[in-house]
Design a protein. Structure first.
Length: 142
């Protein structure tokens, strides 16, 4: 389920169901709301939600639109995870661990991307805020 390469991982506990957090992680329209470096994304098949092996393009805040491919995909169970390659380079991993009525969300990056740690931390805080807001409000999207 996890990439074979070493990674750095940050996580936060979330007072919302794992389904709510997973939806935020796999629904492309949600990425700009929690991903500090993402302006938007599209899937090559025109759908809105990631699947195993999905390919598409991500628009970054730095300007370029880059191709991506989902590498690891485990969408069910007590631990859900996906990771991707962006422009052919190993990028972030996204994990949700069920914990009672809530969950833990984790973001990881390759060991050599230590400077990306503040971006991961901000993304985690945004995910938690959105998920806990949904728990109090309307539930998952779609």
């Amino acid at each position: 389920m996890r990439p074979a390469t070493a990674s750095l991982t940050l996580g936060l506990d979330v007072e919302a169901p794992a389904d709510v957090v997973w939806d935020l992680l796999v629904r492309l329209s949600e990425w700009p709301a929690w991903g500090p470096t993402v302006r938007g994304a599209t899937l090559d098949d025109g759908s809105e939600v990631l699947t195993a092996g999905a390919t598409g393009r991500v628009r970054t805040v730095a300007g370029p639109e880059l191709p991506f491919r989902v590498e690891d995909w485990a969408p069910e169970g007590a631990v859900r995870h996906w990771s991707w390659r962006v422009a052919g380079i190993p990028a972030t991993g996204h994990t949700v661990r069920v914990r009672g009525s809530g969950c833990r969300v984790e973001l990881s990056a390759p060991w050599w991307a230590g400077a990306y740690t503040p971006v991961l931390w901000l993304g985690l805080r945004r995910i938690r805020a959105r998920a806990e807001g949904r728990r109090a409000g309307a539930g998952t999207t779609g």
